[in-house]
Write a protein that binds this ligand. Structure first.
Ligand code: AMP
Ligand code: MG
Length: 443
């Protein structure tokens, strides 16, 4: 396991006081371990889980050559290329029932979609292209099909022994169907990542408590709950922790002992007077970064817990195959509600997916026209909350949701995506294309 200093030495231009987003992402990718423990779950329960092993097809899919259409199966060699062909219909093949017998030369077979192709027949003419005479003969005009048309070949979807899905895949609805089509009742997935989180700050009150003078309700645990739930990790909500060294020490140790990753919010700003940073540093190897981004500049990252603190709080590592004795990965996020979400999407999301064993699936950004001019200083990455809609010309456009202050959660709620203005990018003119990360996806 590399020390944080060793990792930092691999990052070109590493400067903890002005760290570009890409460098911070690179650092985190090198830092995080991956869960190892495997469990078997029923196919339906695999949705959203990470496949532990390649899923090898035990069968050919489809298992037999079959018809892709309702129509007539025939021998393509018997079709007259110059004129109409007439063939006597010798019977019917239904899906799920093997057709018994032979189709004599010069004859066709009425066939349903999914029915097995009888031996010797190679092509299906869709019913709507044919005419059935009262004499039981089907007439097929010239040139309506080519040899092999409308026939699905055995194994064309998947050949036996082929990998249908690869390890590291996050299982999606289509994959459940694919697993079922292979006759699988269960699959091997990696155990779920455990993530503990809490909010820090003396000014925070929990929902249900009276709001004392100068206090705010803790909203970060709610947005974190939402984002973590969407990621499919196991959540451990440790509540609000006051700015007292013993309380913070207890919360961080408890979190590190029971989780693979610990997310705190608040108390990491430069010149912060509270005790959060001090306690983090005491419990492990932690770096305090100022990231060249807006919002969300301060952030702490590192490992806390580890072997001695497990024994100190009397807990054996219950995280079989997880972080092992190496403790938990700490993400100390800033306190501002929007900064929490932006730093989560910019850094924590990909890190937790990697820890969960998922192979990287970068989110494809949407390119949209900025309706208004945007001011942007080169040398930092800016995330602005935006509303993407379709213009009257059918092209995608984005407008910024009013005030962008990092405490204004309402604009995050109004937005349906984040406009990402990259590190080197300068001012954006109205009508220019910008990158947007949409909040919602189809699956
Ligand atoms: P900090 O990073 O601790 O200096 O907090 C920055 C700002 O975010 C302060 O105005 C805090 O009151 C606010 N804040 C911190 N944590 C939370 C939270 N959990 N919910 C809502 N606001 C918070
Ligand atoms: Mg604070």
């Amino acid at each position: 396991m590399d020390s944080l200093a060793q990792i930092a030495s691999c990052i070109a231009g590493y400067d903890p006081r002005a760290l570009p987003v890409a460098q911070a992402q690179d650092f985190i990718a090198r830092l995080v371990p991956r869960v190892q423990a495997i469990e078997r779950v029923a196919v339906r329960s695999a949705l959203g889980r990470v496949l532990a092993q390649d899923l090898i097809s035990p069968i050919d899919v489809p298992a037999h050559d079959n018809s892709a259409m309702d129509g007539y199966a025939l021998r393509s060699a018997e079709l007259d290329p110059a004129g109409e062909t007439q063939l006597l219909v010798s019977g019917t093949a239904y899906a799920g029932q093997a057709f018994v017998g032979q189709v004599p030369a010069g004859q066709a077979l009425r066939i349903m979609t999914g029915a097995l192709m009888p031996a010797g027949l190679d092509t299906v003419v869709p019913q709507e292209l044919t005419r059935l005479g009262s004499d039981g003969r089907v007439s097929i005009p010239a040139g309506v099909v080519r040899p092999g048309d409308n026939r699905r070949l055995r194994g064309e979807d998947l050949a036996r022994g082929e990998a249908a899905l690869h390890a590291g895949r996050i299982v999606r609805p289509a994959d459940l169907g694919l697993m079922a089509s292979l006759g699988q009742a269960e699959v091997a997935v990696l155990r779920r990542l455990r993530v503990a989180f809490f909010s820090t700050g003396d000014e925070l009150r929990s929902v249900g408590e009276p709001l004392d003078e100068g206090c705010v309700y803790d909203s970060n645990r709610y947005t974190l709950h939402g984002m973590l739930t969407r990621l499919g990790v196991e959540l451990i909500d440790l509540g609000v922790v006051p700015d007292r060294p013993e309380a913070l020490r207890q919360a961080f140790s408890q979190a590190a002992a029971c989780a693979d990753a610990v997310i705190s919010s608040g108390g990491v700003s430069v010149g912060e007077a509270d005790h959060t940073k001090q306690v983090m540093a005491e419990l492990g190897e932690v770096l305090f970064w100022t990231i060249a981004m807006r919002p969300g500049r301060p952030m702490a990252i590192g490992r806390i817990g580890g072997q001695e603190s497990f024994s100190r709080i009397g807990g054996q590592d219950s995280r079989s195959g997880g972080g092992g004795g190496g403790g938990a990965i700490l993400f100390g996020l800033p306190g501002n509600p929007v900064a929490v979400m932006v730093t989560f999407y910019a850094f924590v999301r990909a890190a937790l997916l990697a820890m969960s064993g998922a192979t990287a699936q970068p989110l494809p950004p949407l390119r949209a026209i900025s309706v208004a001019a945007l001011r942007k200083k080169p040398g930092r990455t800016e995330y602005q909350r935006g509303i993407v809609s379709q213009g009257s010309d059918g092209r995608w456009q984005v407008r910024i949701t009013g005030a962008q202050g990092s405490g204004i959660l309402r604009s995050m709620s109004q937005a349906n995506g984040m406009v990402v203005l990259h590190h080197a990018q300068g001012d954006v003119a109205a009508g220019e294309l910008v990158d947007v990360l949409p909040f919602d996806g189809l699956v």
